[in-house]
Write a protein that binds this ligand. Sequence first.
Ligand code: FEO
Length: 173
Amino acid sequence: MDSTIENAINQQIHQELTASHGYLAMCAYFESVNLKGMARWMRKQAGEERNHAMRLFNYLLDRGCRVRFEGIDVPPFDFASPLEAFEAAYESEKKNTRSIHELFALARKVDDYATMVHLQWFITEQVEEEKWCQEYVGLLKMAGSEPSAVLFVDRQIGEAAAVEEAREAELAT
Ligand code: FEO
């Protein structure tokens, strides 16, 4: 594999693990303010990001490359509001979409077809990731600072997390 691609995939692994850490910190924040539905969603996301890192980890090993880890920065763990946390999630996903696209462009430049195919899953996944961010940011904006509305959104997000967990459990069987 071209060393530029190998380095860029290692960078992407770092980014996915950083995102996982960030979502886990958001989960802890939501637990601390008793918004259990949003906490559940963020816990699930943390697991998903780790799985994304593992897809790339396994891919590098399959291609006979080296995996190199970097230190992960302390993520933001306190937020002024649920909306601020979900906006931070949205920014993180947009950044991730950009780096996946850059990685794909790099693979295309050096005719690394296997990497291009492997990255297709990630490109599709990012559409989903940005979709839920937009949706939940929108709902929380609508809820504003009205506690009963925020609690309603919390329940809705918790139910969505339960549905996704059940679907993933089914896929794993
Ligand atoms: Fe691994 Fe949320 O992208």
